[in-house]
Design a protein around this ligand. Sequence first.
Ligand code: FAD
Length: 292
Amino acid sequence: MLRQAMLALSKSRRAERLVTTSPLTAGVVERYVAGDVAAVVRDLTRGGLLVTVAHLGEEVAGESRAEEAVRGYLALLDLLPTGADVSVKLTALGLRLSQQLALGHAAEICAAAASRGMTVTLDAEEHDTVPGLHAVHAALRREHPDVGVVVQAYLPDSLDRCEKLGGARVRLCKGAYTAPGAYKRPIDIDRSFVRCLKVLMAGTAYPMVATHDPRLLRIASTLAVLEGRDQSGYELQMLYGVRPGEQARQAQLGARMRVYVPYGDEWYPYLVRRLAERPANLAFFLRSLVSR
Ligand code: FAD
């Protein structure tokens, strides 16, 4: 219930206006969203962590905004070190306007990233965009075989998706939105996550295990050992600001540990999705609403 309400709030323009103008939210924002992205990335990589950087932005209403998003990504690439990955939301590149448009924009970002020794991963968003996401990913892979894609374990067809993604870089996560028919009980989502993990670890994909869940992290490393993958054969991914101590610990143990670093002014929907996952941080957020 609370999660549903929070996800509805993530789309509310009124709440967005209240929250983004409140000084009280600054502490929560700073914790999850990079202010100076180049400095944050420098610190993380010095600590032995890998990064995937997301220029925050959600669905765009017109082609010029999609072009603006592309320019944002091209400028971002100039700030990042070789080996970095960038995470891209296709709706910010115009997916809901036209699949072809989003494909063209994503291809431009992939080409620019490749010329700098970087990679691109396509984030998964709301359920109605998932078929378009995979169609664009399949088309991009012909030219850019290392472009990654996200599978959300809360979707019942996630296992099927994983089976079809042989050879690809695949980020597996639980799923941050809602979808009709999606698994809702945490236990069902976790079971689906493990079924997907088994397929990815046993197959030819490069699994990117995106979770903060200690139990799933243990299962991932056990499955990797059972399938004969060493630590270079998969990676772990966590969000900037979430379990930073564990991120550092994993890197020290030799894991390929990648941190998802979001930055940019359009942080409101991203932040509310994070709060929906972690009600412990809600107090800050609610105080910023009522203190107006
Ligand atoms: P949860 O169910 O949130 O938590 C499980 C357990 O993890 C908790 O019980 C606790 O033990 C531990 N834990 C979680 N958070 C904390 C914390 N703050 N401090 C201490 N312990 C904690 N979703 C999408 O829909 N599309 C995407 O493209 C996408 N990309 C992602 C990329 C990355 C790198 C990551 C990490 C997540 C991404 N997500 C994405 C979000 C994801 O779907 C989940 O909503 C989010 O990761 C929360 O799920 P969880 O697996 O961390 O476990």
